[in-house]
Design a protein around this ligand. Structure first.
Ligand SMILES: [Zn+2]
Length: 114
């Protein structure tokens, strides 16, 4: 009986071999966009700068101060103002319509009183 072949991951950058998902994920990162740990050496001289950039980005996400969140807040404010404007226009139209409706009655009342 054949034993199931153990899964392996080999890094094509440094040729390191990983036999567990956990150690492979640590080396390769959780997603495809992450840099492999051995490639982070590129940042060795600037590793602190790189870490500080990541910290700042993380702080921004935590504070909801990312470009995306600012764009969403701007869109929400624009939408809110458009709703207020539409409501005011509707109210003004209603007042004008009411004035048109009551104008003949007021004219008759004024004519009758004189
Ligand atoms: Zn590697």
């Amino acid at each position: 009986m054949m034993r199931p072949k153990q899964r392996q991951w080999r890094c094509f950058h440094c040729d390191a071999l990983f036999t567990s998902t956990k150690t492979a994920a640590v080396h390769f990162g959780a997603t495809e966009v992450n840099k492999a740990a051995c490639q982070l050496k590129d940042y060795e001289e600037h590793l602190v700068v790189y870490i500080r950039e990541l910290e700042a980005r993380l702080d921004g996400y935590i504070a909801e101060d990312s470009h995306v969140m600012r764009a969403i807040y701007t869109m929400e404010a624009d939408h809110r103002q458009a709703l207020i404007r539409a409501e005011e226009q509707g109210y003004n139209k209603g007042v004008q319509d009411a004035q048109k409706e009551t104008a003949p009655c007021q004219q008759r009342a004024t004519t009758a009183a004189s």
